[in-house]
Design a protein around this ligand. Structure first.
Ligand code: NDP
Length: 330
């Protein structure tokens, strides 16, 4: 069985030499454990943080050991009550072909109810991030004007569509290619979208939202955050979900220069961590599941095949190769 290990902590952009695809023995499950053959692996921006030694909200990956991440697979051996061979589970033993772990860390998923890959994306962690971040942390209200960055990605595309379904009056998205911008408007129903690589974010946002914004869902940080503060209306809410534009920085990025606007607007900026919101998981699936099934909420996945391409898929997320959730299929 092959597994990806971190050999050295990347400085700046991760390089192939920082990683190794190694052979590992398949361990039979001990008491209470299951052995799973992975079918889909998740690659996510937060994994860049775990490659560094600095303490963040998740522990750093250990050097020389298999990395971890979300994964869905089929149980091929079980030594645990309640989980049988042939069951499909969502778990955290990604970046490898086979994983043996405590069954308490596995959540059964139903391949008949939805395609297995969706439990990593639109019905999984990134979906809950969009749902909880927008509805609970940003406290979306009917009539709000909403701006979301990373809008063609897994979280962002769902934020924009949930906002529309929940009565936002106008939804604006930014993304890194004209093709993605077109998709946002033509397929996902955004009212306006722009390519942040085509010019100033502040100017493009002001043009797209001439009456300002009430909610900004930040996936990017940097000039996007400053632009959002500049366009924020009175009582506006900014959710800091991610800051992908700085994840590979070797020096701290400059902060927004216009924070004083928060005084005049009484605006609020709040950090968000999906792990705090799993109490909304069943409500999320109950509400969003039918939208996905009916096509009211659309999603894309970028599927990369083969464990040997796991690292490239991860780097692809940082580069913007993906539209919707980036997933590795084994
Ligand atoms: P995405 O599917 O959105 O993929 C990341 C996207 O970021 C890329 O496709 C790329 O799209 C964009 N991007 C990369 N570099 C830049 C840049 N310099 N400026 C602007 N955009 C850039 O990933 P996710 O949906 O999984 O995650 C989105 C964000 O949410 C991330 O910041 C992530 O860390 C965060 N997150 C936070 C969670 C939390 O609990 N706080 C939970 C889950 C995710 P493009 O082509 O448009 O540049």
């Amino acid at each position: 069985s092959r597994e990806w290990r971190l050999l050295s902590r990347p400085v700046g952009w991760p390089k192939a030499e920082d990683f190794e695809l190694a052979e590992a023995e398949i361990r039979q499950p001990g008491p209470g454990e299951v052995l799973v053959r992975n079918a889909y692996l998740s690659v996510d921006p937060y994994m860049r943080g775990r490659m560094s030694a600095a303490k963040s909200y998740t522990a750093p990956f250990e050097l020389g050991r298999a990395m971890q991440g979300g994964a869905v697979g089929e149980v091929v051996a079980s030594n645990a009550e309640g989980i049988a061979v042939g069951d499909h589970v969502l778990h955290f033993g990604g970046w490898r072909e086979y994983a043996t772990f405590d069954a308490a860390q596995a959540v059964k998923v139903d391949p008949e109810a939805a395609p297995l890959s969706t439990y990593l994306g639109v019905l999984g962690m990134t979906g809950l991030t969009a749902y909880a971040g927008l509805l609970r942390t940003a406290a979306l209200k009917e009539g709000d004007v909403v701006f979301v960055s990373g809008a063609a990605g897994a979280v962002g595309s769902q934020v924009g569509q949930i906002a529309k379904l929940k009565g936002a009056s106008r939804v604006i998205g930014s993304a890194g290619s004209d093709e993605k911008v077109k998709l946002l408007v033509e397929e996902y129903g955004f009212d306006a979208a722009f390519n942040y690589k085509n010019g100033s974010v502040s100017e493009q946002l002001r043009e797209a939202a001439p009456d300002g914004i009430d909610v900004y869902f930040d996936n990017v940080g940097g000039d996007h955050l400053e632009a959002a503060i500049g366009s924020l209306n009175e009582g506006g809410r900014i959710v800091i979900c991610g800051m992908i534009s700085v994840y590979n920085n070797t020096e701290p990025a400059p902060g927004p220069r216009n924070l004083a606007r928060l005084i005049q607007t009484r605006g609020r900026i709040e950090g968000f961590l999906v792990g705090d919101h799993y109490d909304l998981q069943s409500q999320f699936v109950q509400e969003v599941g039918p939208w996905v099934a009916s096509g009211a909420l659309k999603y894309r996945e970028t599927i990369v095949e083969g464990i040997e391409n796991n690292l490239e898929a991860f780097l692809g997320v940082l580069r913007g190769d993906n539209t919707g959730k980036m997933i590795v299929k084994l």
